[in-house]
Design a protein around this ligand. Structure first.
Ligand code: PHE
Length: 329
């Protein structure tokens, strides 16, 4: 019978099939428009009703058998593909792992943490404030009125008329005093901004502000705290000097220089902070009684201190994110 031959032929062809594409070709050869099943079906027309019944059932049987065989083959091919993929994707747990590289704490953060630790050891409390400031806190309340020449000391990034990126951490003196009564003993670390850029200046840098207000605070207290700080921070004998200076918000004012050695072994002085006794005019702005209270303030540049302690010659290294540089600390 034709049916037995068809199935035999199909089985032979299927043994040659290697992939889905081959299988599709075989399928369309047997079940397609020009295939034997369609042909047999079209021949039914010429038969009697009785013959049609028998022949029709026969054709349907062959057709389902062909479909069954083709689906079986399709399953085989798909299983094979999955197994292949599973084998090639298999994780070889005996291979050595990829070492992941660790980051490290940025040198400036390390130095900042050390400074905070030292001052907290002296009983100072750490507070942080906004980098976007108003004219009032950054200048006005610090006794730097509009058109005062001291504003030239700090080239300012303005965001709006009265809103700016703080040029120093000193506005935190005002923010703390206006909401708290003496005694005050705080430091305030953070970022500050000035239009300035060269080997020792970057448009953004870090300061730590210090403020102590109580009864009978004198310049001797300020000198003593800063002396102790230098000793604790550098952990070796280091020459420092106080140099008279001017800040509108302190009176008298000074700058602290630290002696360091440059690449050629020459001794140099580097200014690392400004300081002084709180100007009574500033106390007026926060309604403190200047007859009863006195205080000192200082603002230190973290980059400068880090450069001296770590022996770094160019401030810009801190911000280039060069792993080779950062890994040294
Ligand atoms: N704010 C000053 C500056 O940035 C430093 C300073 C702080 C001076 C506190 C005196 C008292 O230059």
């Amino acid at each position: 019978m034709i049916s037995e031959n068809l199935i035999q032929d199909l089985n032979i062809e299927l043994t040659e099939v290697k992939n889905k594409n081959d299988l599709m070709n075989v399928k369309s050869k047997f079940l397609g428009k020009k295939g034997p099943i369609v042909k047999l079906t079209s021949e039914l027309k010429s038969l009697t009703i009785e013959e049609k019944k028998i022949r029709g059932t026969e054709i349907n049987r062959i057709k389902s058998q062909i479909e069954l065989l083709i689906n079986k083959k399709l399953n085989e091919i798909e299983n094979e593909e999955i197994n292949k993929k599973l084998n090639s994707d298999r994780i070889d747990i005996t291979l050595p792992g990829k070492a992941s590289s660790f980051g490290s704490v940025h040198p400036l953060t390390q130095i900042l943490d050390e400074i905070i630790d030292i001052f907290e050891g002296y009983g100072f409390q750490t507070v942080e404030g906004p980098e976007i400031e108003t004219n009032f806190y950054n200048f006005e309340a610090l006794n730097i009125p509009k058109d005062h020449p001291a504003r030239d000391m700090q080239d300012t990034f303005y965001l709006e008329d009265d809103v700016l990126l703080r040029t120093h951490t000193s506005p935190m003196q005002i923010r703390i005093m206006e909401n708290n009564q003496p005694p005050i003993k705080i430091i305030s670390p953070g970022k500050v901004y000035r239009c300035d850029s060269d080997v020792t200046h970057t448009p953004m840098f870090h300061q730590v502000e210090g403020l102590l207000v109580d009864k009978d605070i004198s310049f001797a207290n300020l000198k003593s705290i800063l002396n102790n700080f230098c000793h604790d921070f550098f952990q070796k004998d280091i020459n420092i000097r106080f140099r008279p200076s001017y800040f509108p918000f302190t009176e008298p004012s000074a700058e602290l220089d630290i002696e360091w050695e440059n690449k050629n072994g020459e001794k140099k002085w580097m200014e690392v902070l400004g300081c002084g006794l709180v100007n009574p005019k500033v106390f007026d702005f926060v309604n403190y009684d200047a007859k009863n209270y006195s205080g000192f303030a200082f603002g230190m540049g973290i980059e400068r201190l880090a450069m001296i302690k770590l022996g770094i010659t160019d401030i810009r290294y801190f911000y280039q994110n060069d792993i080779k540089f950062l890994k040294q600390f």
